[in-house]
Design a binder for this molecule. Structure first.
Ligand SMILES: *Cc1c(COP(=O)(O)O)cnc(C)c1O
Length: 324
């Protein structure tokens, strides 16, 4: 067992960058490069899995099971973390049939993950305890982690991220008005906000989900004051985007040298650069954006023929080493 995998002591860097919009407006940003925490188990998935895997191993479970879509960053990360720590992994995938050529699933399988297809109807029940119990009958020695890895154990990892941000802000004398991140299940923003109670948060939602706001309000008692959710960068919903967003991602990378993709971080940075007024930001406000990783998702978009520009393959290959 390789316990060292989650025992990193170095903080991921926070860098200052400037982006010029198409109308030449300069945008100053601070970016926490959590995408660099590990090339495969990237960003918030590393933070959220750390204590989930420690718990499963510490409590004698034979494996860890979880849920995700066919291109899920969480499934990808769990497969790698499990293989690093020597614990079996099981992924319930939202699909009618497992596609052997899907790069995310292919890689997870190579890492030893056992993949099981769940129909859309079954997948709808992924958070229903009675349904999970029926799955546990077949996998009694598996520790079940919810989709996206958002649970109480994940919060311990996010608390560490919060502590890291606090000490970097103090040591580097960083000034910022808000902390911003992309919001899927809301686990990351709630975990961070809870442990950084004196900071204001902007959550850029990437899922067209009316219930999300309520979920987040319920999870975080102070969130009404502390967290502001922004629903204007959906580009049609989860996993959807248009050419404008694709071009923005490439422009942002070109100008800042920070790779982003259009499912999560592209929407975050698009909002911070082009929707500042809706976010209530003045031109001098500096936001600390958390780069939550997710660059493996580029492989899926290439597979789906969503990217024409050859730069995308280069971005993927230089950031996500999947053939080693
Ligand atoms: C999973 C994921 C998110 C969403 O995090 P939540 O805690 O579910 O809100 C954001 N960014 C990236 C890159 C992700 O992979």
């Amino acid at each position: 067992m390789n316990n060292a995998f989650f025992n990193k002591t170095d903080a991921t860097e926070i860098i200052a960058v400037e982006f010029k919009t198409k109308s030449n407006q300069p945008i100053s940003l601070l970016v926490k490069r959590d995408d660099k925490i590990d090339p495969l188990v990237s960003g918030n998935k590393w933070r959220k899995l750390k204590y989930n895997l420690a718990y499963a191993i510490g409590n004698g479970y034979k494996g860890v099971a979880s849920f995700g879509g066919a291109f899920s960053n969480h499934i990808f990360a769990l497969s790698v973390a499990g293989s690093q720590l020597g614990i079996k992994t099981l992924g319930f995938i939202r699909t009618h049939k497992l596609d052997a050529n899907n790069p995310t699933l292919q890689f997870a399988k190579e890492k030893g993950m056992n993949l099981i297809a769940l129909s859309r109807d079954d997948y709808q029940q992924r958070n229903n305890p009675a349904f999970i119990k029926t799955l546990q009958v077949s996998y009694p020695d598996y520790f079940f982690v919810p989709e996206g890895g958002s649970n109480n154990l994940a919060e311990s990892g996010l608390q560490e991220l919060a502590t890291e941000i606090n000490s970097q802000a103090n040591n580097q004398k960083l000034e910022f008005s808000h902390i911003a991140c992309a919001v899927g299940s809301g686990g990351t923003i709630c975990g961070l906000a809870k442990h950084l109670p004196n900071r204001n948060f902007l959550g850029i939602t990437v899922v067209k989900d009316e219930l999300l706001f309520e979920t987040i309000l319920n999870r975080s008692s102070s969130s009404t004051k502390q967290i502001r959710l922004h629903h204007d960068a959906w580009f049609g919903g989860y996993g959807k985007f248009d050419q404008e967003l694709v071009e923005f991602c490439l422009d942002f990378y070109q100008q800042t040298d920070i790779p982003i993709e259009p499912v999560y971080t592209g929407k975050l940075f698009y909002a911070l650069c082009y929707q500042r007024q809706q976010l209530g930001l003045s031109s001098n406000d500096v936001v600390l954006a958390i780069h939550t990783g997710g660059l493996q998702g580029i492989a899926g978009q290439l597979y789906l023929n969503k990217f024409e520009d050859p730069k995308w393959r280069k971005i993927l290959e230089s950031n996500v080493p999947t053939d080693s």
